[in-house]
Design a protein around this ligand. Structure first.
Ligand SMILES: [Zn+2]
Length: 79
């Protein structure tokens, strides 16, 4: 998968072990598009989320329908 600018920056400043951790954590954060119901991880849309909690509202462009909206992102507890 191609890295976004933010992800490249994180990779540049992190060791590869740390980058893998950041990537894994970013992939557990998801949002559900309020327009089309598509679910995507923060990593898939080019974002990075690490050592974070809560359900913040962020402006996200849906990769499926292309609509930009404030979406609530949540961490899924993948076991
Ligand atoms: Zn959508």
């Amino acid at each position: 998968m191609k890295l976004s600018g933010t992800q490249k920056l994180v990779k540049f400043f992190s060791s590869s072990a740390k980058f893998d951790m950041i990537k894994a954590e970013s992939m557990t954060w998801h949002f559900t598009c309020s327009s089309c119901g598509n679910t995507a991880s923060i990593w898939e849309i080019g974002g990075v989320r690490y050592k974070a909690s809560g359900k913040p509202l962020v402006s996200i462009k849906c990769p499926k329908c292309g609509r930009i909206a404030m979406q609530s992102i949540k961490k899924s507890d993948a076991t």
